[in-house]
Design a protein around this ligand. Structure first.
Ligand code: FAD
Length: 553
């Protein structure tokens, strides 16, 4: 009978323990967790703080009693593992309530210690009222603090997924919230123009959004009362939420001499085995293979953690499962808005030195004639030579999740944008369009891939105009639309008049056609092409994408 010891009892650890049990009914399985709860939903915490999830019990997926009764797994909560003796194959630790030491031998050890929130040594960081959203007790402290102190103003630091979810929770509680982000835009893993709508949404909903700002000090008498920012601004507040990232919890692994990769995560093979064949590791603490780049990355995401735990658990009791990596698929809701991403953003493709092109579309989530449709922006990043889908970002309201999942599946299958054109996706008016947005994105990118159309992105056009390049920008929207705003220097020739008026254009000049979203200008492109214009470019995503680029920040 083999003895399996698991360190960490949440996403990866609990998945590992239960999979080990399903794989080997005879194994002895013990799971150590330093916190008070096991198998609970960290991802639900912001909604618990915001009141959408009502009780602690709603966050707990499998109780200690159920682990014992149903899975015959011994759970040791409030037990912190402090050392690994690899030679004698045992762990040592402390029972946190009594302070007593304990030790436990193992045949196979599974490390699933997760990550810990980053708390940089900024002056004043230890003042009361500065929280991270990482555990149920921490979330309870936030709730109590808000009630007991009559908190009216809060500052969220960091505009990643957890920062934005927490911001939503606090605004739902009626607080006046400032969001401080060190980079130029929220959701730093996205491309900047994809976040413009979120900036507008946040500001129009009363959020004090401060970009390119870093906190240099917290101040107050025992309790945080203000923050000093890198620009010299001072921000009064009653409470602060820190959400500036998660560092892998690798202390145990480092002290035990396990190999740590360049990313700072524990190195594992595709069987989730560490550099010690008797120790497996999974979750936020490990490195993960990125499907697109083939490089090791660190992902703090629940899906990969659960899958890795499952593989580690099976293999620890003699199984032969493999974990194939991930594309970092992720999604966040911010009020009415939803932002999702899978694979590479354009800036990541640039950093990787990949030859790529991008395409933008702005379809509705379902048939235009069916009530309640909402627009979305889809940006695809595509490998130039092969057409392989490298990444997708979708911002909108309804239906973002569905499209991101389609793109994530395509990336997994190493499909090209040509394959997207051929997908057979479900359709009825309340759900999609006969040309689903994911398929439409494939059509548009496929046209570029086949050379049926040449495009220019808003960034490239902006750069060309800034450099004073001699371009003829032809806006083919109606006169009324043109009057509402257009690209500087653009000429307005409405599409329906183009066949009569094209002679007024300079055929020798490089010509950029644009419209609202890129479709009418595609038609204009074809009309002009047929009349001998050779140097043509369609503005990808039209004036909508232009505005997203132009209003970024
Ligand atoms: P964890 O779930 O963090 O579990 C690790 C456990 O190990 C911890 O409970 C810790 O106490 C314990 N531990 C550590 N060291 C020791 C030790 N020495 N001895 C004993 N126990 C130890 N991901 C998504 O994909 N989507 C989301 O919407 C999402 N939302 C999130 C919201 C919040 C507020 C947070 C905090 C995370 C969110 N995540 C989300 C990330 C996701 O929760 C993590 O990726 C996932 O939980 C990682 O699983 P894990 O098992 O590696 O680590």
């Amino acid at each position: 009978m083999s003895k399996i010891v698991v360190v960490g009892g949440v996403a990866a650890g609990a998945s590992a323990a239960v999979k080990a049990r399903r794989t080997d009914e005879a194994a002895e399985i013990i799971m150590f967790e330093r916190g008070s709860y096991v198998s609970w939903a960290n991802c639900g915490l912001p909604y618990y703080v915001g009141g959408e999830i009502k009780t602690q019990a709603d966050l707990v997926l499998v109780s200690e009693a159920l682990f014992d009764r149903r899975f015959n797994i011994a759970v040791k909560a409030r037990h912190e593992v402090t050392g690994i003796d690899r030679v004698n194959k045992k762990i040592t630790g402390i029972q946190l309530d009594t302070g007593e030491s304990f030790e436990e031998s193992y045949d196979k050890l599974i490390l699933a210690p997760g990550g810990r929130p980053v708390r940089p040594p900024i002056p004043g960081i230890d003042l009361n009222g500065i929280f991270t959203v990482t555990t149920i007790p921490e979330a309870d402290k936030i709730k109590q603090y808000m009630n007991n102190k009559g908190v009216k103003k809060a500052v969220v630091i960091g505009a990643g997924f957890i920062g934005l979810e927490t911001l939503e929770a606090l605004t739902n509680q009626g607080l006046e919230v400032s969001l401080v982000e060190g980079t130029q835009h929220v959701l730093p893993i996205f491309d900047i123009e994809m976040t413009t709508g979120i900036h507008q949404y946040l500001r129009s909903n009363g959020v004090n959004l401060l970009l390119n700002e870093k906190v240099v000090a917290f101040g107050g008498e025992g309790t945080v009362q203000y923050l000093e920012l890198s620009s010299g601004k001072r921000l009064e507040t009653d409470m602060v939420i820190l959400s500036i990232g998660v560092a892998p919890e690798t202390k145990l692994a480092i002290e035990a001499g396990l190999t740590i990769g360049e990313t700072g995560g524990i190195t594992v093979s595709d069987t989730m085995q560490t550099s010690d064949p008797d120790i497996f590791a999974a979750g936020d603490a490990v490195e993960t293979l990125h499907w697109v780049t083939g490089k090791k990355v660190r992902l703090a995401l629940a899906g990969p953690a659960n899958k890795q735990g499952r593989v580690a658990g099976a293999n620890a009791v003699g199984g032969n499962m493999k974990y194939k990596g991930a594309a970092g698929s992720s999604i966040v809701r911010i009020g009415d808005m939803v932002a999702g991403k899978t694979g590479l953003a354009e800036k990541e493709a640039l950093t990787e030195g990949i030859e790529y092109f991008v395409s933008f579309i702005h379809p509705a989530n379902h048939a235009g004639y069916y009530p309640g449709g909402a627009g979305m922006t889809i940006k695809l990043v595509v490998e130039k030579q092969t057409g392989r889908l490298l990444g997708a970002q979708v911002i909108g309201k309804n239906g973002v999740d569905k499209r991101i999942d389609v793109f994530a599946s395509a990336i997994y299958a190493k499909q090209t944008v040509r394959d997207l054109e051929d997908l057979d996706l479900c359709y009825a008016p309340p759900f999609a369009s006969a040309k689903d947005p994911a398929i439409l994105a494939g059509y548009v990118a496929g046209n570029i891939l086949r050379g049926e159309i040449k495009t220019i992105t808003p960034r490239e056009l902006d750069e060309a105009l800034t450099q004073g390049k001699q371009l003829q920008v032809v806006d083919v929207r109606t006169v009324e639309e043109f009057k509402r705003g257009h690209i500087p220097g653009a000429i307005n020739v409405p599409l329906d008049e183009l066949r009569q008026k094209y002679t007024e254009l300079d055929q020798g000049k490089e010509t950029v056609v644009n419209c609202g979203v890129g479709y009418r200008s595609y038609l204009a492109y074809k009309i002009l092409q047929a009349r001998g214009f050779e140097n043509l470019l369609n503005l990808s995503g039209g004036i909508t994408s232009w505005n997203q680029w132009d209003n970024r920040g």
